[in-house]
Design a protein around this ligand. Structure first.
Ligand SMILES: CC(C)(COP(=O)(O)OP(=O)(O)OC[C@H]1O[C@@H](n2cnc3c(N)ncnc32)[C@H](O)[C@@H]1OP(=O)(O)O)[C@@H](O)C(=O)NCCC(=O)NCCS
Length: 140
């Protein structure tokens, strides 16, 4: 399978991106409100970096990063289409992010079931360095 990657494009096609969110269970398949659509797109456009994976013109994976580009970087919304998981696409998306800001600290919040994936990429539990605390988003 010939997967290509794009480290420049932030304006991902909304419909395909939404389908990816539905496919991994992060969104229901109802029509998004105009307000939610706008917020959803802004969250990607306003991210410091977006890396996407493509099979031809089909979006099959994506990740976005918020970063000061030097010291601190946070990974958000890493997702690979279920049909394409287990082929190294998630790893390549994260490694591409890391390569852009190679000296930065990297943080990610994830389900317990995905900690093994991130540990393979060099992430450690924050409990070793201090806890990661959160105030949840009020919009969803
Ligand atoms: C988590 C996710 C991004 C992984 O993407 P992927 O393309 O399937 O993963 P890769 O094929 O790149 O896997 C890289 C390595 O991690 C391993 N791995 C993948 N998922 C894993 C998991 N959940 N736990 C432990 N190891 C895992 C793979 O076996 C592979 O190991 P190898 O390098 O020794 O062969 C993908 O499963 C996904 O999109 N899940 C749904 C959305 C999600 O939960 N995203 C994470 C948000 S925190």
């Amino acid at each position: 399978m010939n997967i290509t990657y794009n480290d420049e494009l932030k304006d991902l096609p909304l419909e395909q991106l939404h389908k990816l969110f539905i496919a991994v269970g992060w969104s229901d398949d109802g029509e998004m409100s105009e307000e939610l659509k706008a917020g959803f797109m802004q969250s990607w456009l306003n991210s410091t970096m977006v890396v996407s994976a493509w099979d031809g013109d089909q979006l099959v994976g994506a990740v976005r990063v918020l970063s000061d580009t030097i010291f601190r970087s946070i990974i958000h919304d890493l997702l690979v289409s279920p049909d394409y998981q287990g082929q190294g696409i998630g790893k390549e998306l994260v490694n591409r992010c890391k390569s852009h800001f190679p000296d930065s600290e990297w943080l990610v919040g994830c389900d317990k079931k995905n900690t093994g994936f991130y540990k393979k990429l060099g992430f450690q539990n924050t409990l070793e360095t201090g806890e990661f605390l959160v105030i949840p988003c009020k919009l969803f």
